[in-house]
Design a protein around this ligand. Sequence first.
Ligand SMILES: [Zn+2]
Length: 521
Amino acid sequence: MSEKVIIFDTTLRDGEQSPGASLNVPEKVEIARQLAQLNVDVIEAGFPISSPIQFEAVQRIAGSVDVTIAALARAIEADVKAAYDALNGAGSFRIHTFVGTSDIHIGEKFRDSRYGKNIKEKRASILKMARDAVACAKTFTDDVEFSPEDAGRTDIGYLAEVVEAAIAAGATTINIPDTTGYTMPAEFGGIIAELRRRVSDIDRAVISAHCHNDLGLAVANSLAALQKGARQLECTINGIGERAGNASLEEIVMALKVRGDFWGLHTDIRFEEIINTSKMVSAFTGLVVQPNKAVVGDNAFSHEAGIHQDGVLKDKRTYEIMTPESVGLPQTRIVLGRHSGRHGLATRLKALGYHLSDEELGQVYHMFLDLADKKKEVFDDDLRVLMGDEILRRQDYYELDSFHVSAGTTTPATATITLKVEEQVIRESAHGDGPVDACFKAIDRALGLDTNMESYQVRSVTAGREALGEVIVRIRDQGRPFTGRGVSTDIIEASVKAYLNALNEARAATCGTGSNMKTTP
Ligand SMILES: [Zn+2]
């Protein structure tokens, strides 16, 4: 029997820290349910003390998903307590506490003289913080994970001391984060090997790796850690996360599966749920997967060169090391239309991993009929963006009532927009450089805003002239980025919805519901 590797998914915590990605609570719960379907071992659901929304998300996930739920806490009693308060409705939960241990982190975060006068004294206080936080977490649960943040750049002797103290205090998982994505695979594997040599009770804890992808080495570093004895890997769907992201779950688990002969290790992942999970996360976060991405990219199983196509037709194994079916990529496209009915739609959404109440299904069904009228054939990807765009959205503050545009090659574009803001109806017109620009200017004028637009992207969700267009808009408000998405068969309408969506996100954040505590392992 091969040894098991624990898959710790942090899509909802580290992944959600991707610049511009923000998920609301119902979207997070839906993703957590799909992660349970994928059969990950631990779901890190958030960082409860960082904001009320984070707290609520962890609490809701803990109450609705039957997987071990983890929450993040700095090595501070109030953080650990908040994590427990958010988690205690879960059937099984883990408190994950962390503190920075590299000299750079110590110098910056613990500059205050109460931590000590020099690096030696500061190191001693941080070691004590780690020990106390683990002991505190231990009063709430047996399942405690400790991370020395920026372990990749921490002095190995000190790292071993901190790890030893955390284990002595009761940590059952020791996670080694390469927070900045700085290490090379052999070097990172060496850190794990060295800890196993130096820390006396290391076998009392599971060693874990948490690798970032700044140099494109997150998966390689994670695998190097496995080779030296780590038995938990932290990863995210599609590799999303801070900056260049985290190690991608699908790449890790498929490497272990396809090369089972090499590894002799296994995971409990249900591989055929990979594509559904990847597409749900992409649709909800608005982070589009690059076409050449391993395992889940659109081109991952396309063969272009004639000689390759010919080979694959004769025997798939000539150019294919895994089959699209094995990761859940359907080989026939299922098409819904007006006549599919409510039951047909419900069955298809369920197959794609969505869980809807009757009321929500009623809402989606209306939108689905609307869409089916416009475009006749409705594909899986259409349903996914509908779900991402409309169903789980919070009540909007700025709402679109209607718009009118006129544009052409000989006249300047003009737009008139009617918005609903609470009970008020506001109408404004503006000229612009094209109809989309005119709409945005009319919105700014109506709301008295002068928003800084960072990016505007439009893409077609599926092929064909009637395809749904998805627009993703990124704005910056008080120094922070906000993303909005909108879909419609009309790209001007999609653009207006995306812009309003981003403004609604920014407004929700400034009203105190967004997260701004962004320094984590
Ligand atoms: Zn991280």
